[in-house]
Design a protein around this ligand. Structure first.
Ligand code: ZN
Length: 274
């Protein structure tokens, strides 16, 4: 049985029901003291005001999502992506977030050059390192499931995230966000988690439904799918990770539910399954 102290909820879990203010209030009422913030929800109320709402509620922020995505080939477009990432870093600082979460980005429009996309993202990250370091904001690389490689993230495996961290040689500022939904299938998972020791700055939790119906918006509530959370958690904690367990459920099914009920189920599953 887990106490609530380490539970965090990514606000995407109640994306369709609650604004930032409502989510902060709803989670706090349920006794959940930590959350991850989604950029569109923050900017909806204005970054300054949004950050104040979160801080005034005493809410811990376990991640600001989602940065990265610097795969543009053309110079000006790529530069704009870098600037957007710097803005995300500034907003993460205002929120007092543990990290800004970065995904790989999909292929540039019309491009079939995945090697170039990966190279561009890596170059972008290298540019961001000094900026993030000055802001004292950790960048957490989140590999996404390969099924969304074309559109969302050319960073697909934990091994790749570890390799990128090695290549960037900036372990003071680069870290990894491990998301169970994205990596559970990986035959090298245990060894790559071990390799990521000291780098894991966020642990995202949702389940893989055996008969999943959507590439992005059919994540399962922990316990409803096929992931062995107890084993994964053991591997993650063996690396020395003591941070929050952030439930992140992008799901059309759960978005149709009463958000108070959703948060309640998250708490139950956190206590019994995770
Ligand atoms: Zn995630």
């Amino acid at each position: 049985m887990n106490d609530l102290g380490k539970l965090s909820i990514n606000q995407l879990t109640t994306r369709e029901q609650w604004s930032l203010e409502q989510a902060v209030d709803g989670y706090a009422r349920a006794g959940v003291g930590a959350m991850a913030v989604w950029w569109e929800k923050l900017r909806e109320v204005g970054a300054g005001r949004g950050a104040k709402i979160v801080r005034d509620a005493g809410m811990r922020v376990t991640g600001y999502c989602v940065a990265g995505q610097m795969t543009a080939k053309a110079g000006a477009a790529w530069r704009a992506q870098i600037d957007e990432n710097k803005r995300m870093i500034d907003e993460a600082v205002a929120l007092g977030s543990t990290c800004v979460v970065a995904i790989g980005g999909g292929l540039d429009d019309g491009s079939k050059d995945i090697t170039c996309a990966r190279q561009r993202t890596l170059e972008g990250l290298a540019e961001l390192v000094p900026y993030a370091r000055q802001a004292r904001m950790r960048i957490a690389l989140e590999p996404l499931h390969p099924m969304v490689c074309a559109t969302r993230s050319v960073l697909c495996t934990l091994q790749q995230a570890n390799d990128w961290c090695d290549g960037l040689a900036a372990d003071d500022i680069m870290g990894i966000a491990l998301d169970t939904y994205n990596v559970w299938w990986d035959p090298k998972l245990e060894q790559e988690i071990e390799r990521a020791a000291g780098r894991i700055v966020a642990y995202h939790v949702s389940d893989w439904l055996a008969d999943t119906k959507d590439l992005r918006f059919d994540r399962g509530m922990p316990g409803d799918g096929v992931i062995d959370f107890k084993r994964l958690r053991q591997w993650v904690e063996r690396t020395g990770y003591t941070g929050h367990h952030e439930v992140e459920i992008l799901s059309s099914r759960w978005w149709a539910e009463d958000p108070v009920h959703v948060v309640d189920v998250v708490k139950q599953r956190y206590a019994s399954v995770m």
